[in-house]
Structures are given as C-alpha cells and as structure tokens.
Design a binder for this molecule. Structure first.
Ligand SMILES: [Fe+2]
Ligand SMILES: [Fe+2]
Length: 473
C-alpha cells in the first residue's frame, strides 16, 4: 500500500512539474524570440504575392547605397539559391524599409530565404506555397493594437506577445497559410509599434495581409510596411498610408480595402479590375476596417451609415461572399445581406448553401493578460446589436480570432476566444457554383454619381488628416 502511494505521489509530482514547465517553456521561447527580434533589428515579414507563385518580403534597415536582395532556395543549405533584388523605401516621413518581390515559385513547396542589405544577413527562414487546387486555411484577427512608446516599454512587448500567443494557438489548430489582420494594428502608429507587431516568428513564415485602420493613419509609419501586390496607385483621391490591393490564394480572391479612404469611385474601379483579372476563383473575400453592420457603438453609426451607402453597392455588384471587418472591438456575424436588407436570416453555427448575398464578420480585439481588464463578463448574443446581426460575442477583455477553411465548394469560418479549444461560433457556406445564390445586378443608378461624393469627401478629409499627422510628427 505504501509503495502504491509512493507511485501515485511520483506520478502526481511529474504531472505538476510538467504543468509548471509548459508556460515557463513558452515564456522562454517568447523571451528568446523577442530578444532575437530586437538584437537583429530588421523585422522581417512575408506578405502574399499576386498568387501562390509569389511572395513579397519586407524588412527594415540596411547599409547606405546597398540595394536589398533576397536569396531563395528549395534547400535549407541555400545551395541552389536564386537572388531577387528589390527597392528601398525611405523618405523624411519613414525610416528605411526594403521591399522585395520573389517570383516564379512552384505551388505546394517549401522555400528557404535569406535577406541581405549590406549589413549582416538574416538567418535562414522558410515559407510554404499552397498547392494547386488544394484546400487551405487562414487566420483572421483585427484590432491587434500593439501599444507603446519605446522598445523598452513592457506593454509594447506584452501586446506583441499576445499576437504571438494567438498565432501559436491558431497554427496548433490548423495548417495556416495566410494571416489576415483587419486594421488598427497599432494604437498611435509609432515606428516601435509596427516593429513590435512583426516580432512573432510566424510573420517570417506565413504571408500576412493587413488592412489599414483609423489608428494606423495617425502617422505615415505603416507605409514602410505596405509592400503588397496589385496596389492601386492611380486613385482619384489618395489613400494616405497604403491603398487597396488584391491577391489570390488557392481558389480565393482577397480584396483588401482602405476604408479610411471614402473614395467609393476608386474602390469601385479597384474591385471591378480585380474581379475581371481573376474570373475563375471560387471565393471572393473583402477585408476592410470599419464595422458596417455590428451596431454596437451608437456614436459610430452615422459614419457606418455613410460607409454602408458607399461600399455595399460594390460588395453587392461584385458578389462578395464574406466581408472581414473590425473597428468596433465587438465580434459579430451578420445574417445574409443584399442591398442593405436581410435577404436570408441565419442562426449561430449555421450551415448555408448558395446564400443570396454577403455575410459580414467583425472580429474583436486582442488583449494581453497584462492589460487593465474591465472585468466585464463575456456576453454571447447581446441585446444591443443591430437587427442585421445573427450572433455576436462581447468579450472585451479576451482575444478573439477566427480560422477560415477554404475548400473547393465550402468556406468555413470558426471563431474562438483565445485559450478555448472549441469555437464559440462557426459558419459553413457551401456554393454549388461560383455565383452561388448571389443576385446578378449592377450597382443602382444613383451610385454612378453618389460614389464621387465619397471621393470629394476624402479630398477634404485628407487636408485635415495630413495636418494632424504633421503635428504628431
Ligand atoms: Fe481599434
Ligand atoms: Fe478602429
């Protein structure tokens, strides 16, 4: 009996020790990668290229007069490396960033790469491309809000670590090929915030696509990171720090819109051209920052109503399957919406076939454990969401993310609160054809004039916003 007790005690102490070691090991992993990130000082990150045969690579710094080069190889020892020369992005508003486009990649392969800029080369990193006609998964977050005034700021590190926590958890649940961030990556738009945001190792391995949020437009800093394919550069009214861009991943077209630019005439042109250039994709996903339908924050409803008028005719005409948004810091999933009315009501955890319109998602924010918590409980299906919302989740003190699984005929969105094994909501959309149940109608007549009102408004808005950014320095 005594020896049985001893064995029991020994097992229990091993379990206890193992439990203790888990967070310690994660904490030391993070400490190591944060230190490596600061010591190296380059902030390498990978973004999607036009399709799975390209990636865009960005990093900071470099020797004066030396052009950035990325060497890419199919072998870890870099023995068959091919070099791609890029360009330097630097001006009085932003510090030097290097933008390199890697082309001619084979689909479904692992590649290794090294970045050179006349200083010490980066260590060998790797990324994977998605195979032809293969299913793939993406993780979607919004309002990361990396916050801090300097690299020594503990909160800066804490918010970067929370982003890393979320990406670690998502990649343990699915083979993630794409990271989507729906705006407000930073809080004040400071260089240290964007540098901290690219600290997670996953950003060196998994292409990351970012939309511009209103907090990002507080300074010009983000434009250094904005290295994306098919960037719209001929706007009638300019975007201040990035612009609309698109890319194809697997069988899905991703349209990333700068919703801080109200120029609907430009967005219309952009989406039309992107859709025309990619007629064969099964899925059309639009990502932008403003939460058009959530209705959780009354003071923002006037702006949302205006943006709804400017954006939804484009979303409807070009038969967008889902919109990914943020801004309100409240998670929500809409009913199926077409022409600003509910075309089909759906419930939480719905499975739908050939929806007659678009489903709009808004993600919550990311909140590190160190944050001052409001103590508000998690509320599912709150009473004060708009009538357009099928389900919501108000978890102000928690981090929320969603995993999107794309297959030939289905798109599944599963949403999680960090730390939970099970999704609190899932939506499965099946389409029997590319069009699905979308009506086929052009934007209404009034929009041919109305879209230019958004353009004029953006001209005026840019004058005051440029002034505010200059004042912030
Ligand atoms: Fe935000
Ligand atoms: Fe925002």
């Amino acid at each position: 009996m005594k020896s049985l007790f001893k064995i029991f005690c020994s097992i229990m102490s091993s379990v206890f020790l193992f439990t203790l070691m888990m967070p310690v090991s994660y904490a030391s992993d993070w400490n190591r990668s944060w230190k490596k990130h600061l010591d190296e000082g380059k902030g390498v990150s990978v973004a999607p290229g036009n399709d799975d045969t390209e990636v865009y690579i960005t990093w900071y710094g470099g020797k004066d007069g030396v052009a950035p080069v990325v060497k890419v190889s199919t072998k870890k020892d870099m023995s068959d490396a091919k070099a791609f020369e890029g360009s330097i992005h630097s001006n009085e508003k932003i510090e030097r960033a290097n933008h390199v486009t890697v082309t001619g990649l084979e689909k479904g392969k692992t590649y290794y790469y090294v970045c050179s800029d006349g200083t010490t080369d980066t260590k060998v990193e790797s990324f994977k491309t998605v195979a032809e006609n293969s299913a793939f998964s993406a993780v979607y977050v919004s309002d990361i809000h990396i916050s801090g005034e300097s690299y020594e700021d503990a909160y800066l590190e804490a918010t970067a670590r929370e982003f890393d926590n979320v990406l670690n958890e998502a990649t343990s649940k699915a083979d993630i090929s794409l990271i989507l961030s729906g705006g407000d990556q930073a809080t004040e738009g400071r260089p240290c915030e964007y540098f901290a945001m690219v600290a997670p190792d996953e950003l060196r391995k998994i292409p990351t696509s970012i939309a511009v949020g209103n907090h990002d437009v507080k300074r010009y800093t983000f434009s250094a990171l904005a290295n994306y394919p098919n960037l719209k550069t001929d706007n009638k009214s300019e975007s201040l720090i990035c612009s609309d861009y698109y890319f194809v991943k697997g069988n899905a077209l991703f349209l990333v819109i700068d919703s801080t630019n109200s120029s609907a005439a430009d967005h219309y042109e952009f989406v039309r051209d992107a859709v025309e250039a990619n007629p064969d994709v099964m899925w059309r996903v639009m990502m932008f920052h403003h939460d058009l339908y959530g209705g959780h924050i009354e003071s923002r409803e006037a702006e949302n109503k205006l943006l709804k008028l400017l954006f939804t005719p484009i979303i409807d005409e070009f038969q967008i399957d889902i919109c990914l948004m943020g801004h309100s810091h409240c998670y929500s999933q809409s009913h199926i919406i077409y022409s600003r009315v509910i075309s089909e009501e759906i419930t939480k955890n719905a499975k739908i076939t050939d929806p007659k319109g678009t489903v709009y998602f808004s993600s919550g924010t990311l909140t590190p454990d160190e944050a001052e918590k409001s103590g508000e409980p998690i509320v599912f299906d709150s009473d004060y969401k708009s009538e357009f919302i099928a389900t919501d989740c108000l978890a102000h003190d928690e981090s929320i993310y969603s995993i999107l699984d794309f297959t030939e005929k289905t798109l599944t969105v599963k949403s999680y609160i960090k730390g939970n094994k099970e999704a609190f909501n899932s939506l499965e959309i099946t389409k029997t054809s590319q069009q699905g149940g979308h009506p086929e109608e052009k934007a209404p007549m009034w929009f041919s004039v109305g879209k230019y009102l958004g353009t004029i408004y953006n001209w005026i808005n840019n004058i005051s916003r440029n002034g505010e950014i200059k004042e912030r320095g």
